[in-house]
Design a binder for this molecule. Structure first.
Ligand SMILES: [Zn+2]
Length: 371
């Protein structure tokens, strides 16, 4: 039996939650992590028509890019269409998970898929890099008790660095203490200095594991008062960031690139901001979703063209004045994540032995019609 939790755990190794932007409600949106999944559906959006489709197809888990519950609800009044949608999801035992800006920031995620669609080479993040908030714990323990402590810390989520688990460092030395009145020492006598062969065990762990790692330290340490140092560090190992900038294989005109975008995202029309459509371009920046506020980052990285959604009138004026070509294919161009997510989950279903059928939505959730 495969549960929502099994699927989520695997996904969060690929796009961990710490990669999400502040305040973005990523994660389980609705339902139950312990629920068994037989059929999952990947979708850009969760809309009433998507939910209807899920019910019709006996789907028990929707994996979406955009959070279904982006705005907090203040009542559960069922005359509100959005609330009716939540009620239907609950009634039909459909759990919903959202992977939003953590998928945007992940290496090999949304922005890489968009850059690949545009044929960009030598890409790097347009924004960032993002770094994970990490802690380092250094704890002093009698040598005899060090193995048990180290194991407890590892089990609680410490010691994972990249593709390595169980990472720790130890050095041996001598610890000294004088138990005072009221103490109930594991070793030694009241009022007398005690010298113990101790080990200093060092491990690192992400901020989200702090409580469980410290609990494991107390649970696996023999001393009445545990001596430890805890400090925040920044893990700058892997560079992750929003958007991509890269180069086309061949130089082409803005006009030619527009045709390429339409084909890549299968859209009949798009919005173009351009001082000169015949201008030759090679360096392209792309950012999935609403990225118009980052056009200056594209300029700073010497992009000839910037591809992003939801560009507004006044921002478009500023873009034009800056001399940058900007293509707005509409926010819905992120639909290209659907086949990519299906590919990932189908691959994991094989390697992880999940008995889960993975389908993609067939509904176009773009709210705009082009007439
Ligand atoms: Zn989006």
């Amino acid at each position: 039996m495969t549960t929502v939790n099994d699927i989520v755990n695997k996904f969060e190794k690929f796009a961990p939650k710490w990669l999400a932007e502040k305040g973005d409600p990523v994660g389980l949106q609705l339902g139950d992590l312990t629920q068994t999944v037989h059929k999952m559906m990947v979708s850009l959006d969760v809309r009433p028509e998507t939910v209807q489709e899920a019910i019709k197809n006996n789907v028990d888990f929707i994996f979406a890019h955009h959070p279904a519950m982006f705005h907090p609800i203040h009542s559960f009044d069922l005359s509100v269409p959005q609330n009716q949608m939540y009620a239907k999801l609950i009634k039909h035992n459909i759990s919903v998970y959202a992977a939003h800006t953590n998928l945007d920031n992940a290496n090999g995620g949304m922005n890489d898929w968009l850059a690949d669609k545009l044929g960009l080479k030598h890409t790097e993040p347009l924004l960032g890099p993002k770094t994970e908030k990490m802690y380092k714990l250094a704890v002093f323990v009698p040598v005899k008790a060090a193995d048990k402590l180290r194991q407890g810390l590892i089990t609680a989520g410490a010691g994972n660095i990249g593709n390595y688990s169980g990472c720790s460092f130890s050095i041996q030395g001598q610890g000294r203490f004088i138990p005072q009145e009221g103490a109930q020492p594991y070793l030694g006598t009241l009022g007398q200095e005690e010298t113990v062969a101790e080990e200093k065990v060092e491990v690192t762990f992400p901020a989200e594991n702090k409580n469980q790692v410290l609990s494991a330290m107390y649970a696996n340490h023999p001393y009445e008062r545990v001596v430890y140092d805890l400090y925040q560090i920044e893990d700058v190992g892997e560079k992750c960031g929003m958007g991509r900038i890269g180069e086309l294989s061949d130089t082409m005109s803005v006009e030619e690139f527009v045709a390429q975008c339409k084909e890549a995202f299968q859209i009949p029309t798009l919005r173009l901001i351009s001082p000169d459509v015949t201008r030759k371009i090679k360096r392209v920046a792309v950012l999935g979703g609403s990225g118009s506020q980052f056009y200056t980052n594209a300029l700073a990285k010497k992009a000839d063209v910037y591809v992003t959604g939801d560009v507004s009138y006044h921002t478009a004026h500023d873009m034009l004045a800056s001399g940058l070509n900007v293509i707005d294919p509409g926010h819905h161009f992120e639909w290209i994540c659907q086949p990519e997510l299906k590919r990932l989950f189908s691959q994991w279903a094989q390697t992880e032995n999940w008995s889960v059928d993975v389908i993609t939505t067939k509904i176009n959730t773009d709210p705009f019609l082009f007439m």
